[in-house]
Design a protein around this ligand. Structure first.
Ligand code: 8X3
Length: 250
């Protein structure tokens, strides 16, 4: 296994949720972690608290911001493309084009910008690992999820394409697809800050996944030996057998 003490992991969207948990977890594994996001105050607090974490401001929708980050890194061995989110839950007939555009810009084009900028460093690593955070929404669709599902499907297509194109290069391409994860912000963002609607999403679900559960899975994937590529990990809580099949205790 590669010595993590000299390895640098870049985690996007690291100011909260799965990104923050992943930054903490990889630091605990001995990686030098670059925690990147827009909200610098949160990143600074994280970096002050967790040894091995460095805060960097990043807006994945801004090419100049992505380029500046890439230029500032002397190396990148692990890239966790985590920045993303869902905006809105309207049926297609009432979809807001702005929401769809934002979902594409952050989830799909954001991952593309960061991947393109960091790929040379992942190759130079000699054992680069690219982790793409998608979702169970990347393989199935659900009512109201049109824009988010389309964006996540696109990320999966990008991930599969990358794995094909990088075959022969020293870079592993891993997709992690979570189902129902309860984080502080995912549902809130989706419902435009409506805490009541956000809480309803998890109502009665005994044990939704946590951000730490997903960070644990990401840590597992990136710490396998260099020849082991875990293509895709689909992770759901026990109470969610399928996208629509959620056991709720009433
Ligand atoms: C989040 C899972 O079911 O809300 O990526 O789309 S879901």
């Amino acid at each position: 296994m590669t010595d993590p003490t000299v390895r640098t992991a870049l985690v996007t969207g690291a100011s909260s949720g799965i990104g923050e948990a992943t930054a903490r977890r990889l630091a605990a594994e001995g990686y030098r972690v670059v925690a990147a996001a827009r909200r610098r105050d949160r990143l600074d607090a994280l970096a002050a608290e967790v040894p091995g974490v460095r805060a960097v401001t990043l807006d994945v929708t801004d090419q100049a911001s992505v380029d500046a980050l890439a230029a500032s890194l002397d190396r990148c061995d692990v890239l966790v493309n985590n920045a993303g989110g869902a905006f809105g839950l309207e049926p297609v007939a009432e979809a807001r084009v702005d929401d769809w555009q934002r979902m594409y810009d952050v989830n799909v084009l954001g991952a593309l910008r960061v991947t393109r900028a960091l790929l040379p460093k992942l190759v130079a690593s000699g054992d680069g690992v690219l982790v793409m955070l998608t979702s169970t929404a990347a393989f199935v669709s659900y009512e109201g999820g049109g824009g988010y599902c389309a964006a996540k499907h696109a990320q999966t297509a990008m991930t599969e394409t990358l794995r094909l194109e990088l075959c022969g290069e020293p870079v592993r391409v891993v997709e992690v697809a979570p189902g129902m994860v309860k984080t502080d912000e995912f549902a809130l963002t989706r419902f435009g800050g409506d805490a009541e609607r956000a809480a309803k999403l998890y109502e009665g679900v005994p044990d939704p996944l946590t951000a730490d559960d997903i960070a644990d899975v990401i840590a597992f994937a990136v710490t396998r030996p260099a020849h082991v590529n875990i293509d895709r990990l689909v992770v759901r809580p026990r109470a969610q057998a399928a996208q629509h099949k959620v056991h709720r205790v009433t």
